[in-house]
Design a binder for this molecule. Structure first.
Ligand code: SAM
Ligand code: SF4
Length: 456
């Protein structure tokens, strides 16, 4: 008997790991007949894949649940009622609270139990009762999710590591994603090969602390002991068809010499490094429990630049952490001036219940934090624009990913992860071609197509 098609709408909040997890949820639900839908209206299953990193992100989920209520009411009493699930880090951190505050929710599922979604949904359908699935079992999760996966486009994420043991005092990740854990190299390699066989040209290895990767070695190499990220990158670089590899997000203390050397000699490792620093003040870094100083961070950047002089450096910053004075903030501004970023993400400190930072004295006034953020962002924007403009006149290999906004245009990415638009034939989608940069703004480059570099 033909399986009844059902509509699945997933809304993803937060980081790339959540984007990856949403894709995996789509994959595990496809055999149950769920097909992706672009909007919640009429959907049989709505999943909000949530982020808990800042308070605003968590509150957005409750607002969205309010907006979903009429959609759910419209299907109530029909033979296909709507099921609403909350997944991700808010689910992990506030499972019971969600059920209490938002009765519209049928199911709460934490990041390590997505492989059980089909079973949980079946149970919900049967009982229409509440289920809480938020225990940590990363091994089981990846075993069950590792098989074939649907692939869209030519650039894909691949999670290699999850969780974190570093316990920065502002961060919820160690509580929502659990202890640091790495997937075995063989499993990652199989997934990367599968992606390449489906036409993927670029993979981004993901992890909350991706450069702390220490996965079980491939079979036959057990004597090596756990492999670090540098070995993994070299291994994956041998897979035919994968022209570009990236990784994110890294911690400065885990940038070892082997990984830095890989930036110098692995051609497919793209010249872009996202290395969060958070603050330029040693006093604040200490209060954040970052376990690095601004000087040790700057030394890492210096070594990476020595290995790969053209590398684009990106970072994360938090302003307004408890105890941050004008002087501490000026130290951050000075660090940014000295390091010179190609791109960056900057945030106002968000007090997360349960983290040590939430109970620190000297919480910074919100107006002051907003002013500091505006200053920092103005400087970072200036640097990003200057970096982009420095490439005018250069020829860069661009991976074309999709059609651009204007007719006849394609959108692609430079090796430095910049967005690029250029007039080019649609046959170039999925291929790498050389482009001369003709103009640049804060967020993107414009170019003129030169010779095509290779064919897929
Ligand atoms: N593991 C990475 C590292 O070591 O820096 C960071 C991963 S974290 C999931 C992503 C970014 O969110 C952080 O670098 C930080 O800048 C920001 N972030 C985390 N918690 C925050 C908070 N409570 N308030 C504001 N920003 C926060
Ligand atoms: Fe959060 Fe990154 Fe610190 Fe881990 S290292 S606690 S993920 S900010």
């Amino acid at each position: 008997m033909a399986q009844q098609r059902k509509k699945l709408f997933i809304k993803t909040y937060g980081c790339q790991m959540n984007v990856y997890d949403s894709e995996r949820m789509r994959d595990v639900l496809a055999p149950l007949g769920y097909e992706p839908a672009d909007e919640p209206d009429g959907a049989d299953l709505v999943i909000l894949n949530t982020c808990h990193i800042r308070e605003k992100a968590a509150e957005k989920v409750y607002s969205e649940l309010g907006r979903l209520r009429p959609h759910k009411d419209a299907k109530a009493g029909t033979k296909d009622p709507m099921t609403i699930a909350v997944a991700g880090c808010v689910a992990q951190a506030e499972g019971e609270e969600i059920m209490r505050r938002a009765p519209v929710v049928d199911l709460v599922v934490g990041p390590q139990t997505y492989h059980k979604l089909p079973e949980l949904i079946a149970q919900t359908h049967r009982a229409r009762g509440e289920r809480l699935e938020t225990e940590f079992e990363p091994v089981a999760k990846f075993d069950a999710l590792a098989g074939d996966r649907a692939v869209e486009g030519y650039s894909a994420f691949l999670t290699v590591q999850e969780g974190c043991d570093k316990f920065c005092t502002f961060c919820v990740v160690p509580y929502t994603r659990g202890a640091e854990w790495s997937r075995p190299v063989d499993q990652i390699t199989a997934e990367a090969r599968m992606l390449a066989s489906k036409g993927v040209r670029e993979i981004t290895l993901l992890g909350q602390n991706v450069n702390a990767f220490h996965g079980a070695p491939p079979s036959g190499r057990e004597a090596d002991g756990p492999w670090g990220l540098a070995k993994l990158l070299r291994h994956l670089s041998l897979i035919g068809g994968l022209d570009r590899i990236r990784y994110t997000t890294s911690h400065p203390n885990d940038m070892d010499d082997e990984l830095i050397a890989a930036h110098g000699d692995l051609e497919c490792l793209m010249p872009y490094l996202h290395l969060p620093v958070q603050s330029g003040s040693d006093k604040i870094l200490h209060a954040m429990n970052r376990k690095h100083t601004i000087e040790s961070y700057a030394r890492v950047i210096e070594k990476v630049r020595a290995a790969r002089p053209d590398i684009a450096i990106s970072g994360d910053f938090i302003v307004g952490f408890p105890g941050e004075t004008d002087k501490d903030f000026e130290d951050t501004m000075q660090a940014v001036r000295e390091i010179n970023y190609a791109s960056a993400f900057s945030f106002k400190y968000s007090r997360r219940p349960g983290t040590p930072g939430a109970s620190l004295p000297l919480q910074v006034d919100d107006t002051i934090a907003s002013e500091r953020l505006a200053h920092l962002q103005a400087l970072l924007t200036e640097q990003q624009t200057a970096f982009n403009r420095s490439q005018i006149g250069m020829r860069l290999p661009v991976l074309f990913e999709k059609k651009g906004r204007l007719a006849g245009q394609l959108h692609g990415r430079s090796p430095y992860l910049q967005s690029l638009h250029c007039e080019a034939p649609a046959e170039l989608i999925g291929q790498i071609a050389e482009v001369t940069i003709t103009d640049a703004s804060q967020n993107s480059l414009t170019g003129r197509l030169d010779a095509k570099v290779d064919a897929a």
